[in-house]
Structures are given as C-alpha cells and as structure tokens.
Design a protein around this ligand. Structure first.
Ligand code: 5GP
Ligand code: ZN
Length: 116
C-alpha cells in the first residue's frame, strides 16, 4: 500500500481525522498547528503525499508550489497581511522535520524575531 496510509496529514486530508480546514481547494488545505509556535501558526498542506522535495515528481512539485501560490491569501484570511508572517519548510533530519509530508508553516501574529 502507499506510504500515505500511515501519514497523519494524509489522514487529515482524507477526513479520517477531523480537523477544521481554514482553507481548502482542489490541491491543498490549511489547518492550525496542534502545537503553535506563534499566535497564528498554520500548516498549508498539499493533498498529495509529497515527501522530500528533492525526490518530487513534476506533479508533486507543482502541488508544493501551489502551497506557496496560495500562502498570501491564506495569510491574509488569518489576519497576517498587515503585520507580515514567516513561511517555514522543513526538509530532512537536520531541519527537525517531524511529519514526512510536505507542508508550509505560516507563522505570525507577533514580531517573530530573528530565525533561530
Ligand atoms: P515539521 O516538523 O514536520 O515541519 O512540522 C510538523 C508540524 O505538524 C508540527 O509543528 C506539529 O506540531 C504539527 N502536527 C503534528 N501532528 C499534528 C496533528 O495531528 N494535527 C495538527 N493540526 N498539527 C500536527
Ligand atoms: Zn501524507
């Protein structure tokens, strides 16, 4: 079976795990991070189970790129347009990536300071 069977973000995307989708289109959805690192901490996730960007097919890379394309609208909807926001993508062990399904973190709602 596909690796997505055990993937938490695939399960949320499929609705197997209920979660409020703050944004939803044919390609991607946004949810609140369960362990927020800022007053607003959203995850923008493609429905497709995209693992490492380095190994992505053209179709998977397009799904990841779509997340960047819609991020400004998602951030605006979350009230971050005026104050700004940070987009983070973790890739691989040194980044501390916990969930091996591509996603953008969209953080804001206070001055975030320098990146750690
Ligand atoms: P990563 O370290 O992979 O870049 O980020 C994964 C993020 O997913 C973490 O910030 C973590 O708090 C969040 N997360 C993990 N499991 C769940 C979940 O079941 N629901 C939600 N909303 N967020 C989750
Ligand atoms: Zn997945």
């Amino acid at each position: 079976m596909a690796r997505s069977d055990d993937c938490i973000f695939c399960k949320i995307g499929r609705g197997d795990i209920p979660s409020e989708k703050l944004f939803d289109d044919a390609t991607a959805f946004a949810i609140r991070d369960i362990n927020p690192k800022a007053p607003v901490h959203l995850l923008l996730i493609p429905y497709a189970h995209v693992e490492a960007l380095a190994d992505a097919t053209d179709e998977q890379a397009a799904a990841a790129a779509h997340c960047f394309e819609v991020a400004p609208a998602v951030a605006r909807q979350a009230g971050l347009a005026a104050g700004g926001y940070r987009i983070v993508v973790n890739q691989g062990p040194d980044s501390g990536q916990e969930v091996p399904h591509f996603h953008l973190h969209v953080l804001g709602g206070r001055p975030l300071g320098p990146m750690a």
